[in-house]
Design a protein around this ligand. Structure first.
Ligand SMILES: [Zn+2]
Length: 82
């Protein structure tokens, strides 16, 4: 599995839609590639923030997303695209 393939699998992985064999390949890549572990962590945080924003949208003023997190996400996505 390449880092690009890893990035494409992340959404399905977090949604629980990968087969056992795909999960095994996915997790093997994570064991070997710290960049992708960092990317997955950032991705998961982004999803959680988006869910919080969505959940709070009708109740409170949405929290501000830290600028450095946005920058980190953009950088990670750009790195995966190369
Ligand atoms: Zn990787």
């Amino acid at each position: 599995m390449t880092c690009r393939e890893f990035a494409e699998f992340i959404a399905d992985y977090l949604a629980g839609e990968l087969s056992d064999a795909q999960i095994a390949v996915f997790e093997r890549h994570m064991a070997l590639c710290s960049d992708c572990v960092n990317y997955l962590t950032t991705y998961r945080q982004t999803v959680e923030i988006e869910q919080q924003l969505f959940a709070r949208a009708e109740q409170e003023v949405p929290p501000t997303i830290p600028e450095d997190l946005i920058t980190a996400i953009i950088d990670a996505r750009r790195r995966q695209a190369e």
